[in-house]
Design a protein around this ligand. Structure first.
Ligand code: AMP
Length: 303
């Protein structure tokens, strides 16, 4: 089934305790679409500046990502600079330059308007809503956001959330959006804002899925070497939505499996800077880690 994403395509400069990189390929839309492309075809809606090099475009095109919705505008590509301390679960943003995103007015290609699955990756919530309104009858809408927008564009975000089925945000963002320190109470409060399901990303501790009648926890795949957590959240969302779009199955069991596929995808991207690990990744490695997570969490029926 067709999967559409709107999000950032960026140059990232990142420092972790293990090294640093400058102006490498990044962005929420980039990580999401690359991850989802292991499962299904993806349509990417975003804008880059004239400084975006052809090799980055070719990388995305080589991954089955449809770039008809990727505009090039006069000006500079979005740039983000961040750093991580030894606690790799929390990024510290040092600089955000929206550049060409500041004036971006997305016009979806006609074919994109029939997309069944839509992911509103981390970007200005006004832009998220603008894109969503152009899609005729989406079957499933999921959304991400971050502290930058929760603080800076709260009203616009609250206008977008009623159209969202699944909100995928991290633990600190859940507390910030709800204004409530207890995670479960905060999750319940977020569910009153529109989404029917909330997926809370908890870094190396995995994810918690909360809806009115269900709570499901999936662990992160335990890793000895986490190099750069940038993009883990978007890569999770790409695996999650990619699996659902590929299977066309929205049952409870399928959503749980999608959560584990999302975690598995995120476990690869953090092993190297930027999207380096995704370049060499093959589906058999994904399937292998999926089987390992299954064993990791098995306890009933072993006696
Ligand atoms: P995450 O999956 O949360 O680690 O997302 C990291 C990506 O989000 C980076 O590649 C950044 O380019 C991108 N990013 C950071 N800040 C923003 C923002 N305010 N709007 C859109 N994308 C952003």
């Amino acid at each position: 089934m067709s999967l559409l994403v709107v999000g950032s395509v960026a140059f990232d400069s990142v420092a972790t305790p293990f090294g640093q990189v400058d102006e490498v390929l990044g962005g929420s839309g980039t990580y999401f679409s690359t991850s989802a492309s292991f499962f299904t075809d993806v349509r990417l809606v975003a804008v880059v500046g004239e400084d975006f090099p052809p090799q980055h475009r070719s990388f995305l095109a080589s991954r089955k990502i449809d770039l008809a919705g990727l505009q090039t505008a006069p000006g500079a590509t979005f740039r983000w600079k961040g750093k991580y301390g030894f606690d790799l679960n929390e990024a510290q943003t040092l600089e955000t330059h929206l550049n060409v995103f500041q004036t971006f007015k997305p016009e979806l290609p006609e074919a994109y308007r029939e997309s069944d699955f839509v992911f509103l990756a981390n970007i200005d919530p006004e832009l998220q809503l603008d894109v969503l309104k152009q899609v005729r009858r989406p079957q499933l809408v999921a959304c991400d956001t971050m502290n930058y927008w929760i603080e800076g564009k709260r009203q616009a975000l609250l206008k977008t959330l009623p159209y969202v089925d699944i909100l995928i945000i991290n633990e600190a963002e859940t507390r910030q959006l709800a204004g409530e320190p207890n995670l479960l109470k905060a999750a319940r409060a977020v569910l009153t804002m529109g989404p029917k399901t909330l997926i809370v990303k908890r870094g190396e501790y995995g994810v918690l899925l909360v809806s009115e009648h269900t709570i499901f926890a999936a662990p992160a795949f335990p890793l000895e070497s986490v190099f750069d957590p940038t993009g883990a959240g978007d890569t999770f969302a790409g695996g999650f939505m990619g699996y659902l779009a590929a299977t066309r199955n929205l049952s409870e069991a399928s959503v749980r499996k999608a959560t584990v596929f999302g975690s598995v995808m995120a476990s690869f991207v953090v092993e190297d800077f930027s999207l380096e690990r995704m370049r060499s990744l093959v589906y058999e490695e994904i399937a292998e880690r999926y089987r390992k997570v299954k064993l990791l969490t098995e306890f009933a029926g072993l006696d």
